[in-house]
Design a protein. Structure first.
Length: 352
């Protein structure tokens, strides 16, 4: 089990500063835990003022807090940091380090003689790597992974079981993907003629940048004639679909069960909530946010938070829209009340 003393915590979180740390000088911390379940040897954290009350009831001896919350405490030991969640991520990774690859290879693999695999790359059971492919160093390739021909995967990749990379897919460094995802399969392109749907060949590639993480059961389709491109630092949740010819900028986040139709362009730092549907050929400018459960059929003209169904409304516009819908629903009740009042006052109702 990994343990941390106060001096080691200072090394892990050099941007932090301690308050009232004398009482924990001899403690070896064993992990990170929520406020109400933490023990005396676990580090806990406070992310908002509403949790200060729970912190004061907690058994934890060390709390990670932001600068604006430190004055809410009196004699508790605090580690004050610029961003609580980032410090928490660093501490958690210390207690739960990722296993380092050692170059272990299952005997049940098939690697084409022309393929290259970097040093210290682990390869699980029943993996196949096709002709002319190149895998970087220090990678971990899970069981059942299928890598086609002329695929390039950079260094330090973590590839979950049963993932498939079709021919000519290009992946950058420090790529992470969980199980059962597919990269470079055909895009959904057909033309209806002579009474049937005729397939349009999909001959582009999938090109993915560095530091990208993809969840389970995701699909990124190859382009039709041009490449489908994913920028650096993107993070996709489970069950995300990126269709052919899409261009996704850097540091884009897409939550689960969301999909981009063909030829969508996303700028940098776009955020798309869960269960969103983005129609084909739309463009979202840098920093656009699409709220969960929304669908979009028009390209937003400015950076904003958009929400709704086929409406393309900003969040304030959607709030007004909701009020108007509620008013329409209640209209019949108001009409009845007006008619009743007119009747009591002896006013003859008029047909409109």
């Amino acid at each position: 089990m990994q343990k941390l003393t106060i001096d080691q915590i200072k090394n892990q979180i050099p941007e932090g500063s301690f308050l009232h740390s004398e009482s924990i000088a001899s403690i070896e911390f064993t992990g990170v835990a929520p406020l109400l379940t933490a023990t005396e040897t676990e580090i806990s954290f406070v992310t908002a003022k509403s949790f200060v009350g729970d912190a004061k009831k907690s058994h934890a001896k060390l709390f990670v807090v932001s600068e604006d919350l430190k004055d809410s405490f009196t004699d508790q030991t605090l580690l004050v940091v610029p961003k609580v969640e980032l410090a928490l991520a660093k501490l958690t990774r210390y207690f739960f380090p990722e296993p380092s690859p050692t170059g272990k290879r299952s005997p049940q693999i098939q690697i084409d003689p022309s393929a290259e695999v970097g040093e210290n790359t682990d390869i699980g059971h029943f993996v196949t790597i096709g002709k002319g492919s190149k895998i970087g160093k220090n990678c971990t390739i899970g069981d059942g992974v299928k890598i086609g021909e002329r695929v390039f995967i950079g260094d330090d990749a973590r590839i979950g079981p049963n993932t498939v990379f079709y021919n000519d897919t290009i992946i950058g460094n420090r790529f992470v993907v969980f199980g059962n995802s597919t990269f470079g399969g055909d895009g959904f392109g057909f033309v209806f003629a002579n009474g049937k749907h005729n397939k349009i060949p999909q001959v582009g590639r999938v090109v993915i940048g560095d530091d990208v993480e993809v969840g389970s059961n995701c699909t990124i389709d190859r382009g039709a004639l041009i490449d489908t491109v994913i920028g650096n630092g993107c993070k996709f949740d489970n069950m995300v679909h990126i269709a052919h010819n899409c261009k996704v900028g850097d540091h884009v986040i897409i939550a689960g069960q969301s999909g981009l139709a063909g030829s969508v362009t996303l700028g940098n730092h776009v955020i798309i909530g869960g269960a969103c549907a983005i129609s084909d050929h739309l463009t979202l400018v840098d920093g656009t946010i699409i709220a969960g459960g929304s669908s979009l059929r028009n390209s937003p003209k400015t950076k904003d938070i958009y929400v709704g169904w086929d409406l393309g409304l900003t969040f304030p516009e959607f709030q007004k829209y909701r009020v108007n819908i509620k008013n329409i629903v209640n209209l019949n009740k108001w009409i009845k009340r007006i008619l009743d009042l007119e009747k009591k006052l002896g006013i003859e109702p008029k047909e409109v």
